[in-house]
Write a protein that binds this ligand. Structure first.
Ligand code: SF4
Length: 362
């Protein structure tokens, strides 16, 4: 924060030697055992040891509190490998061994002032240090509460407690205690979350009305859900690890494998099974598998066909009616035509007769 305020960018600065020449011995301190190595022990009154790593430190402290160990000078590093493997070391991929090597080289090459000069006036240095009790009051969970939390994390039996340490706690019970204290969350248990996700996936896979199966790169069936079993009339264990070509043509799957492009909404008719499906094939590159999802639309397709048939029938019936009507109309028209012609002939004859009679009278 201060560096930001002062607008100092570490990456733009050049390296400089230390202002004071430190003790040559002290330069090894970042390496685990660096202090132990530089203790100038004049008598055997106490033993100098070093310990590094969380587990090792805990073990040693337990031994001390049990009163099993005495007369020790202990160099203790929680970080395995010492400060050089601490949490704020640059994450540039350099190994601990490389860092250790560099520090050792630096110690070898660097100048050193005689101890006398470094520690002059040493008697005036106040080396006292006051420590305050900063213990965080911890509420211990009861056995019942621990069991309840463990159960919620899917650890019903002793064998469910994997104690894998993936959550940062050494045991599942420690983790449960941390959850109780509000310092951790249940979701931070990898095996629990994984099994939860898997069981959810299994529920979806097992209950989906869609046909779902998974193919490997050799087109062998890896998974086959109950809907697929029902439609293709084969049990999952009978088709697993066998080629999909035993059930259907694999052209679409080969195409997806070759192009690595997902296939969506392809209508496919499987006459052999009497089904019509909408096919989706997803290529999962990381796993090198294909997820096949088929939406069975056979019923909808049959309904569509039925509707088309009804429409056709209705149209035909309507056409029949029209044709009949036309025929009747034509017949009426022709009858009317004949009558009109006859009437015309008769009236003309009558007119001629009448006109003839009038002429004779005149
Ligand atoms: S990650 Fe889960 S299983 Fe592993 S120790 Fe922690 S609580 Fe136990």
């Amino acid at each position: 924060h201060w560096l930001k305020e002062e607008k100092i960018k570490l990456s733009t600065l050049c390296s400089e030697p230390f202002e004071r020449i430190p003790s040559k011995r002290g330069r090894r301190f970042p390496i685990a055992g660096g202090i132990e190595r530089n203790i100038n022990q004049k008598d055997d009154f106490y033993e100098v040891i070093h310990v590094d790593g969380m587990e090792e430190c805990i073990e040693l402290l337990e031994n001390l509190s049990d009163g099993d160990l005495h007369h020790l000078f202990i160099e203790m590093n929680i970080c395995k490998g010492g400060c050089l493997n601490g949490p704020v070391m640059p994450k540039n991929g350099e190994s601990l061994h490389l860092r250790q090597h560099r520090v050792k080289e630096y110690v070898k090459k660097s100048d050193s002032l005689p101890c006398k000069q470094i520690f002059k006036n040493i008697e005036y240095i106040d080396v006292r240090k006051r420590f305050f009790d900063r213990t965080f009051p911890k509420k211990e969970a009861s056995e019942e509460e621990i069991k309840k939390i463990l159960k919620t994390m899917g650890k019903r039996e002793k064998q469910d407690e994997l104690n894998c340490g993936a959550c940062g706690y050494n045991t599942c019970r420690e983790k449960a205690q941390a959850v109780f204290e509000g310092m951790s969350q249940m979701s931070m248990c990898m095996p629990y979350m994984r099994s939860k996700a898997e069981s959810l996936t299994n529920i979806i896979f097992g209950t989906s009305p869609n046909i779902i199966f998974i193919l490997d790169e050799e087109m062998n069936v890896k998974e086959f859900n109950p809907s697929a079993e029902k439609v293709f009339q084969i049990k999952a264990q009978e088709i697993k690890e066998k080629p999909i070509t035993l059930l259907m043509d694999d052209d679409y799957f080969q195409q997806v494998k070759k192009t690595k492009q997902n296939l969506y909404n392809q209508k496919v008719v499987y006459n052999h099974y009497g089904i019509v499906v909408i096919l989706n094939v997803l290529y999962l590159e990381k796993e090198n598998i294909m997820l096949v999802i088929m939406n069975n639309i056979t019923v909808q397709e049959k309904n569509k066909e039925e509707l088309a048939r009804v429409k056709e029938k209705t149209l035909n019936a309507a056409q029949d009616v029209i044709d009949k009507q036309m025929r009747v109309a034509q017949e009426i028209a022709s009858l009317l035509g004949e009558t009109t012609a006859e009437t015309k002939v008769t009236l003309t004859k009558l007119k001629n007769i009448v006109m003839g009679e009038v002429g004779e009278d005149e």
